[in-house]
Design a protein around this ligand. Structure first.
Ligand code: IVH
Length: 705
């Protein structure tokens, strides 16, 4: 967009020509974005065009067309679909890459359920379709809503589009009153090839693979475009149900088939890991001739009562796993090794590669993990890649498994340049020059610069605005980088003063490149909205090492309020009461506790936390209370041997009923469940007057809950 005529000096005729040109550009950009799912402009470029259009119209109001792009494309692209909150979360699957992983999956399930190795346990095995998941809600047999997965909690409402897909029944016979069917939307190879031919003929953008084509076709604002795209659907799971479909996974899939859904014919039941692997190998052999893309085989516990008992981890079910096909490999040259500095100061080496296509995707970067990995050593000092180190200039074999960052599998020593040297890993931070030592037990070197290190500061800010943290609409990684490099924000608290500083006055956000009045106001509103925010998100947003989403939830549930959390972290020096209480939380260990205390000890990090908290109204987290649960809000400790369930299951069940499970007895304990062999904990509980029950006592207590 060089050589633009300044609007102030524009004559009327020129303005008219320019408006026509901008209208063409914007129309083409809209079509590329909405119809082809292949944007031709960045958001900033798009906004700049719109801004220029609006500015010319403001100077020459008489030239404004009734169909001006200013009025026409009201909604920001991402706002195109309305949002749907999933009543039952849409989760993803854990991965297995080898027969050992599959055996371990079976073992962990047996362990969780307390089943011996002789007890029969069957699973379904079915292809993992490489498309995008969709949830279809039927009420009284009528399709009433279709939603994409989105972030698992909230998806996009694509009902009008789903109605155009032939494979999706619009009415069901014999279905429960409420039935959410889940499955995969995909495009067959033949349809994909024909679509790309049509796209080429129409001078429209072609798609890189069937998955992208399916995603682009489903997410069309105009359902008539979706109708013209040959999408298909396989049903393989369900969400909310008013009545069970069957007792087993296989039975349920068969019922869905009877109701008219397409289900995958390669779904079978197997009795254990060996049978599953045999089915996997059979599917792998047929992979090339199936006519659609699959990227592995999914195993699910067949018995739904057991599935129910197994439940979920934070983002994946315990009762299912995806056994992925081996990753595709390719050789290329390692051009350079660059060091990236992360949020917690970790120095991560990244391989810059000569671009190479791996599994249909062009790869030009790969992770090199840490200095040991480059040197040919694994996490426990053992040799990896036969001990071969990685050097700049080497020919390396890279692979991609699923969505993960590409990795280096091997080095071709026969092609190593004679003058090459082992990589000399830096011992200072490349961003701020601070020492970057490697602490005992740590796999990586870390920059000691803290917030003075620009890389750490900007990564902390990116983490702060990320999806599971503050999730501020319009403020993503890119915007954070720009604001940081212009000294508009240096730490999270600064985000909340942006409007005061750049809402009015000489320097204004709306005058920045890529921003306009509307986007600036939207951003200020999105920031204001997040001033009120749940405790767990705030704890996660701080980016404290070892405190990920799951641990942040754990801490939020335990402390309940910011005041209690902040007071406890400030007081929790080792051996204090607060420290013991912190370590008493099941799931909190010494390492995490130390990391939390270090963040809250007085110093620059703590000051930044206080400055942030001053802008927020942090919402308490109530222990998940179930009105009819007699143990909601109670702190429970399990000790001794449990005979009817495993410790893991007992804990998960107690938590699902709103109890907190602690690892040790304290004055805060409400109940000790003591099995045979309970030792010092039972004595301590008795001393403190804590109620004690045995396993049967516990089971009858929660029987009706
Ligand atoms: S079951 C609670 N079965 O894979 C688990 N998922 O990596 C529900 N997928 O988000 C998923 N084929 O989009 C299941 N036969 C299959 C699948 C399948 C493809 C997708 C699905 C899921 C993703 C997880």
């Amino acid at each position: 967009m060089a050589d633009l005529v300044a609007i102030e000096t524009m004559g009327k005729a020129e303005a008219k020509r320019e408006l026509a040109r901008l209208a063409d550009l914007l129309t083409a950009a809209n079509a590329a974005y909405y119809q082809d799912d292949a944007p031709t402009l960045t958001d900033a470029e798009y906004d700049a065009l719109k801004q220029r259009n609006a500015a010319i119209e403001a100077r020459f109001p008489e030239l404004k067309h009734s169909d001006s792009p200013t009025d026409q494309v009201g909604a920001a692209p991402a706002d195109g679909f309305s949002k749907v909150a999933h009543r039952v979360r849409m989760l993803s699957l854990g991965n297995a890459f080898s027969a050992d992983d599959v055996a371990e999956f079976d073992q962990s399930i047996r362990k969780y359920l307390g089943l011996g190795s002789e007890t029969p346990l069957s699973y379904t095995a079915e292809p993992k379709i490489d498309g995008l998941s969709l949830s279809l809600r039927y009420e009284q047999g009528n399709l009433v809503q279709a939603a994409t997965r989105g972030d698992g909690a909230t998806g996009e409402n694509v009902t009008a589009n789903a109605l155009t897909i032939t494979d999706i029944p619009k009415k069901l016979d014999g279905a429960p009153d409420i039935l959410e069917v889940r499955g995969e939307v995909y495009m067959a190879h033949s349809d994909f090839a024909a679509l790309n031919v049509r796209q080429t003929e129409n001078n429209a953008k072609t798609f890189a693979n069937p998955r992208n084509a399916a995603a682009g076709s489903l997410r069309q604002l105009d359902p008539e475009i979706t109708r013209a795209r040959p999408l298909r659907f396989f049903a393989y799971a369900w969400g909310e149900l008013s009545a069970p479909l069957a007792d087993t996974q296989m039975g349920s899939i068969n019922r869905l088939k009877e109701m008219g859904f397409s289900t995958n014919d390669l779904t079978a039941v197997g009795d254990g890991p060996e049978a599953l692997i045999a089915h996997y190998e059979m599917i792998e052999q047929r992979r090339a001739t199936l006519g659609y893309d699959i990227d592995g085989v999914v195993y699910k516990v067949n018995d739904l009562t057991l599935q129910n008992r197994l439940g979920f981890r934070s983002t994946t079910p315990r009762w299912a796993i995806a056994h992925k096909f081996p990753a595709e490999l390719a050789w290329t040259r390692l051009e350079n090794i660059e060091i990236q500095v992360g949020r917690t100061g970790a120095l991560s080496p990244v391989a810059r590669l000569s671009p190479v296509t791996v599994g249909g995707v062009v790869v030009s970067n790969a992770t090199l993990h840490n200095e040991d990995y480059i040197a040919g050593r694994g996490g426990k000092g053992e040799e990896i890649r036969g001990g071969k180190d990685i050097r700049i200039g080497d020919w390396v074999q890279v692979y991609r498994a699923g969505d993960v960052i590409p990795k280096v599998a091997d080095v071709d020593l026969s092609q190593r340049p004679p003058e090459s040297q082992p990589y000399d890993f830096p011992d200072t931070c490349p961003e701020c020059g601070s020492p970057a030592p490697r602490e005992p037990g740590d796999a990586v070197r870390r920059c000691t610069g803290g917030l003075i290190c620009p890389a750490q500061a900007v990564e902390k800010l990116k983490h702060f605005v990320s999806r599971a943290a503050f999730d501020i609409e319009g403020l993503g990684a890119k915007q954070v980088e720009q604001f940081y490099s212009d000294d508009w924000i240096a730490e999270p608290a600064d985000i909340f003063t942006l409007q005061d500083r750049f809402g009015t006055g000489l320097q204004q956000l709306k005058n920045r490149e890529g921003w306009g009045e509307r986007s600036a106001n939207n951003l200020f509103a999105a920031i204001a909205e997040k001033r009120t925010i749940p405790l767990n998100r705030v704890i996660f947003s701080l980016g404290i090492r070892h405190v990920g989403e799951t641990n942040a939830n754990l801490l939020a549930r335990h402390y309940g309020s910011w005041t209690a959390f902040e007071a406890a972290m400030s007081a929790a020096s080792p051996e204090s009461e607060a420290w013991r209480d912190l370590l008493g939380i099941d799931g909190v260990g010494d390492v995490m506790a130390r990391s939390l205390c270090a963040a809250f000890a007085s110093g620059p990090e703590r000051d930044a936390i206080d400055r942030l908290a001053a802008h927020l109204s942090i919402q308490d987290i109530a222990a998940p209370t179930r009105i009819n649960s007699p143990v909601a809000g109670k702190t429970v400790v399990f000790t001794g041997t449990l005979e009817k369930m495993t410790r893991a299951e007992a804990k998960a069940r107690a938590e699902s009923l709103g109890a907190k499970v602690a690892g040790s007895i304290s004055t805060k304990t409400d109940l000790l469940v003591a099995g045979p062999g309970a030792g010092s904990k039972a004595k301590k509980a008795a001393d403190l007057g804590v109620k004690i029950v045995d396993e049967d006592g516990w089971l009858s207590m929660i029987a009706d809950a």
